[in-house]
Design a binder for this molecule. Structure first.
Ligand SMILES: [Zn+2]
Length: 307
């Protein structure tokens, strides 16, 4: 069974039903004894109308039968797709999500107010996150950290420091699963466990959820929207997770600075991932923003919950 095809068939049936109803009501009016005196004109009009209706009915019937035919024509099922079904494997990236779910996706604030949000994913850890915090403290700016729940539990001191230094914390799941694939109930559990881990530090649940890898299935996007989350994506990607040098990170960020943009960096990585170029680039990014007259804000300041 294939749900997208099934949906298509069920959409065609009502069309036919409604045209049948229309013909019936037309017939009733022509058999009305009150119009007998204008029989000549009426019968011409009636013939034309019947002709139009017949053509419409034939077209609709052919379309209906063609739709039915695709499935009944299948004698032998095609070999399975080795990588699984398209709908289970296609990842909706940040641009797709914005197009499909404009009401819940946050990527850039419209307008020309010179605001910029610095965001850091995948922390905390005890190497890069403290280094990022040092730079932010020295430059006196606040950022948004999308933290992973099990790392929050592993590095309580660093989590406490993020909270105490006034940064904003958003939800980045508990174990960082690939949210571009269907996770079923696991996604809700991931989000709730992270909220619970953060509650131990006095952090109330955030409406900002950043899906790992910036990917999410369409049903999952609807589910998290129903949970009250908005998708906190980005509009400038430093690509720092690739272990880039400071210069490479600066090249990925500075030319794309514009009012209302959200910059993505990481404050922790996977085993062996080197984020030192990203940390070294950060003071220069902040200096550049200040020189250009930007105000660095957190994502809730840029996208208030009530909007
Ligand atoms: Zn991540």
């Amino acid at each position: 069974m294939d749900p997208p095809e099934r949906k298509q068939y069920s959409q065609e049936r009502p069309c036919i039903t409604s045209s049948v109803l229309y013909i019936d009501s037309g017939n009733i009016s022509h058999h009305n004894p009150g119009v007998k005196s204008r029989m000549g004109i009426t019968s011409d009009t009636a013939r034309k109308r019947i002709a139009y209706i017949t053509i419409a009915l034939v077209i609709l019937s052919l379309a209906y039968l063609a739709g039915q035919g695709f499935r009944s024509r299948r004698q032998v099922a095609p070999p399975d797709l080795a990588g699984g079904l398209e709908r289970d494997n296609r990842q909706l990236g940040e641009a797709d999500l914005e197009r499909l779910f404009p009401d819940i996706v946050l990527r850039a604030k419209k307008g020309d107010e010179k605001l910029i949000a610095l965001t850091f994913d995948d922390g905390p850890d005890d190497v890069y996150t403290p280094a990022v915090l040092d730079v932010l403290q020295q430059k006196q700016v606040r950022a948004t950290f999308f933290l992973i729940g099990n790392r929050v539990e592993k590095y309580p001191e660093v989590t406490r420091r993020i909270v105490e230094e006034g940064h904003l914390i958003g939800n980045h799941t508990y174990t960082h699963p690939n949210t571009g694939k269907p996770l079923g109930e696991q996604l809700r559990t991931e989000l709730e466990r992270t909220e619970a881990a953060l509650a131990a530090f006095g952090v109330s649940p955030s409406y900002l959820f950043r899906p790992p890898y910036g990917a999410l299935t369409a049903p999952a996007a609807l589910e998290v929207a129903n949970m009250g989350y908005r998708l906190a994506l980005w509009s400038v990607d430093s690509l720092d997770w690739r272990g880039l040098t400071k210069e490479e990170v600066l090249n990925n960020v500075l030319p794309h600075i514009a009012p209302g943009r959200v910059i993505l960096q990481h404050s922790a990585g996977g085993p062996g991932e080197d984020l030192s170029g990203s940390v070294l680039a950060l003071p220069e990014i902040i200096d550049h923003l200040k020189q250009q007259g930007y105000t660095v804000v957190t994502m809730d300041e840029m996208f208030p919950a009530s909007n």
